[in-house]
Ligand binder design. Structure first.
Ligand SMILES: C[S@@+](CC[C@H](N)C(=O)[O-])C[C@H]1O[C@@H](n2cnc3c(N)ncnc32)[C@H](O)[C@@H]1O
Length: 212
């Protein structure tokens, strides 16, 4: 874990209230307000990405009471924490152990519990083995080659619905194309919203043979 953590706060819209979170000091100034958001000098999990903030706002305004929610590639995990505050039972996943360690502390700081899991989204079996969720969330997870295909395979195994937030970086395909609607178990995009430069696409996910 980074030596120095600082506490930050963001205000969520509507009745979402304020989220408090600890963040490694070295990442707190990065970067995410220019035309292109990249943070080459810091571990990606430790940066406050616009997509994570936007998806947290989306979750905070949703009726999630009692729903089982999983967030993939959670990083600082603000959507997971916002969903838990909105009444969901939440699991958050990242392949960086430090992210999951800090997530537990940040959930506690906001008076909620979030189950943290260290896992790689390109290995579906351990995550699919945790049972079905009602909703999958993911923010800014499509930046590396192969991620879209791996997520398109995994998501229908996990949940019937997914909300994916993406910052629409220049030169990237539209979100639904990037994920490949056909690969999503014949799923389809149902609703799109934008928060600043971030697009949030809701997908209805088709059932796959493995998904039952
Ligand atoms: C750009 S960051 C976004 C973090 C957070 N979702 C947000 O929007 O603030 C991408 C996150 O995905 C995680 N990640 C990348 N590849 C992964 C994989 N194969 N399995 C699980 N997590 C992964 C990274 O560790 C990082 O936390």
């Amino acid at each position: 874990m980074a030596d120095e953590l600082i506490e930050r706060r963001i205000e969520l819209p509507g009745d979402g209230g304020r989220l408090r979170f600890l963040q490694p000091a070295e990442s707190a100034e990065l970067p995410d307000d220019g035309g292109v958001e990249w943070a080459p000098l810091a571990p990606y999990w430790s940066v406050l990405w616009r997509s994570g903030v936007a998806l947290a706002a989306e979750a905070a305004g949703a009726d999630l009471g009692g729903r089982r929610v999983v967030e993939l590639g959670c990083g600082l995990g603000l959507p997971a924490i916002a969903a838990a505050r909105a009444g969901a039972v939440v699991t958050a996943v990242d392949f960086e152990p430090e992210a999951i360690e800090l997530l537990g502390r940040n959930a506690e700081l906001n008076g909620v519990a979030v189950e943290g899991v260290v896992a790689d989204w390109s290995d579906p079996a351990p995550l699919a083995g945790r049972g079905r969720f009602d909703l999958a969330l993911a923010a800014d997870v499509l930046y590396e080659p192969g991620a879209a295909a791996a997520l398109a395979e995994l998501l229908p195994l996990l949940a019937p619905e997914a909300w994916i937030a993406d910052p629409s970086r220049p030169g990237r395909p539209p979100l639904a194309d990037a994920l490949g609607a056909e690969a999503l178990g014949a799923g389809r995009a149902t609703e799109t919203s934008t928060r600043g430069v971030v697009t949030i696409q809701r997908f209805e996910l088709g059932r796959t043979a493995a998904g039952g």
